[in-house]
Design a protein around this ligand. Structure first.
Ligand SMILES: NC(=O)c1ccc[n+]([C@@H]2O[C@H](COP(=O)([O-])OP(=O)(O)OC[C@H]3O[C@@H](n4cnc5c(N)ncnc54)[C@H](O)[C@@H]3O)[C@@H](O)[C@H]2O)c1
Length: 251
């Protein structure tokens, strides 16, 4: 089996579930030592134990990406345990759907805090280490970061922000060899999408427009794209926002 990440150190947020868990396992399967970070301690322990059972190396780091001190501490914990950092995958995220005129301050701030500020806090803390190692960041945006999706004011704004932040960092650090990309999945089969709950009084026609075909991506498929963008084979690729959506964005 190919080992694209032998001797590499990866930090994955959102590693307790869904896409983050699949990504942590994918990096570990191919030789990386993986710092698995999440706010959910119990489920995080499961990810780490599954990686170890498969012969991989992983540690659990409990963090809240929306808290800048917690994000910085997580990066330091990774460095202390593994001695470096070459790959950051910012996967942690939350979804809230609401009619825009009914969206509360609290929900707006919560979604922006985790999805956008969290991506910034983790990247800011990791960049000095990634620059030493000519590393890579992959952020998880969404198709919602590229298109307007009804009832997703906070979510779409946060994910569009992630696309913008990705491009800024890609440009700013290109000459120093740090690559920054993001993936933009449509519907992925995870607990997040299982909890997809349109708001009261929603228009079904607007929800039906969310995807071109009635297909759902698996977490492993998104993890594979994240792994590719983090791998040496993608050494010329930086600043992309990659739709993983069966063509919806092109339509
Ligand atoms: N599932 C989809 O259809 C879909 C589509 C496009 C983008 N995404 C994005 O993919 C990413 C992963 O989502 P998923 O579908 O795997 O969902 P998920 O709910 O399975 O996993 C999200 C993980 O993030 C963690 N998390 C939430 N808030 C956190 C915080 N403050 N600090 C640290 N960890 C936190 C959760 O505990 C959970 O383990 C998210 O950014 C999401 O927006 C998902």
């Amino acid at each position: 089996m190919e080992h694209r990440f032998q001797d590499r150190i990866a930090l994955v947020t959102g590693a307790a579930s869904g896409i983050g868990k699949a990504s942590a396992k994918a990096f570990a399967r191919e030789g990386a030592r993986v710092a698995c970070a999440d706010i959910s301690k119990e489920k995080l322990a499961e990810t780490v134990s599954e990686i170890r059972q498969d012969g991989g190396t992983a540690i659990a780091i409990e963090l809240n990406v929306a808290d800048s001190a917690s994000a910085s501490a997580a990066v330091e914990e990774c460095i202390q345990n593994f001695g470096g950092l070459q790959i950051l995958a910012n996967v942690a995220g939350i979804l809230k759907l609401e009619q825009t005129h009914q969206l509360s301050d609290e929900d707006w701030n919560r979604v922006l805090g985790v999805n956008l500020s969290g991506t910034f806090f983790m990247s800011r803390a990791a960049i000095p280490h990634l620059l030493e190692e000519k590393g890579s960041i992959v952020n998880v945006s969404s198709l919602a970061g590229l298109k307007g999706q009804a009832y997703g004011a906070a979510y779409c704004a946060s994910k569009a922000g992630v696309v913008g932040l990705t491009r800024v960092m890609a440009v700013e650090y290109a000459q120093q060899g740090l690559r920054v990309n993001c993936v933009c999945p449509g519907a992925v089969d995870t607990p997040l999408i299982a909890g997809f709950a349109p708001p009261e009084g929603f228009d079904p026609d607007l929800i039906n427009r969310l995807s071109l075909v009635p297909k759902v991506t698996t977490p492993d498929e998104v993890a594979e794209a994240i792994a590719y963008l983090s791998s040496p084979a993608a050494r010329s690729i930086s600043g992309v926002a990659l739709p993983i959506d069966f063509g919806t964005h092109a339509a």
